[in-house]
Design a protein around this ligand. Structure first.
Ligand code: COA
Length: 193
């Protein structure tokens, strides 16, 4: 696939200072970076890492969008994100994964706003959804603050070793619908169209 232009820039985040973020399609040469982020001990508890071949397939498969998140003055690669369902006849897109290197600096929020714009404006989503481990309070707080509604719980859906007494954690399903996104945009809580 030919490289595409980066997707928009998100800046001036009200809670996180002026974080400049943009997304571009992941290239084959980015895969080692993506794998190293997934294998970082800081991220492993919060995700279920993929094999190299899964990322390679996600770059090519039309139903997927695989992005590198670039941030900072020089737009250095600082994370990645994956969308699934881009060809969904139900216009239901899933945020499969988002990971950033330098946490707690507003990068995740800025990237999520760009992802919402891509999902609803560019890909015509009616529903944008995700699941997140109940133990992952950082990501859950981000998604809640960014307007995702809790839909329910997939009980004991993932194995987490000794992090819980049972050895399992539940997944919290969250979503945003296009009307909710439009209302947030009207309230200046989202990036402009
Ligand atoms: C989840 C993740 C993408 C968030 O990105 P981030 O850049 O760290 O988050 P931000 O700095 O943009 O913070 C946005 C919000 O997240 C929440 N948050 C951030 N750090 C937090 C922490 N340590 N504890 C609780 N909430 C936190 C807050 O609500 C924060 O908003 P606020 O600053 O207004 O309070 C990032 O931390 C990450 O890569 N984590 C590991 C992988 C992961 O969990 N991915 C998501 C599941 S697939």
């Amino acid at each position: 696939m030919a490289p595409q232009e980066p997707f928009g820039t998100s800046a001036a985040q009200p809670h996180a200072g002026a974080v400049r973020v943009r997304l571009r399609p992941t290239l084959q040469s980015d895969i080692p970076f993506v794998l190293s982020l997934e294998q970082d001990p800081d991220n492993l508890p919060d995700i279920t890492p993929w094999e190299r071949t899964q990322h390679e397939a996600a770059i090519r498969f039309p139903d997927f969008r695989h992005f590198v998140i670039e941030a900072g003055a020089d737009f250095e690669a600082t994370g990645f994100a994956i969308l699934i369902g881009c060809r969904s006849p139900h216009q239901a897109l899933e945020l499969k994964r988002m990971v950033v290197w330098h946490k707690g600096q507003g990068t995740g929020r800025a990237a999520l706003r760009v992802l919402k714009r891509i999902a609803f404006d560019d890909l015509g989503a009616h529903r944008f959804w995700l699941d997140v481990k109940s133990l992952n309070s950082r990501a859950r707080a981000l998604y809640e603050r960014e307007g995702f509604a809790v839909e329910g719980t997939l009980r004991d859906a993932v194995r987490v070793g000794d992090r819980t007494p049972s050895g399992y954690d539940s997944l919290i399903v969250m979503s945003m619908l296009t009307g909710e996104f439009a209302a947030r945009r009207a309230a200046a809580l989202e990036l402009p169209a």
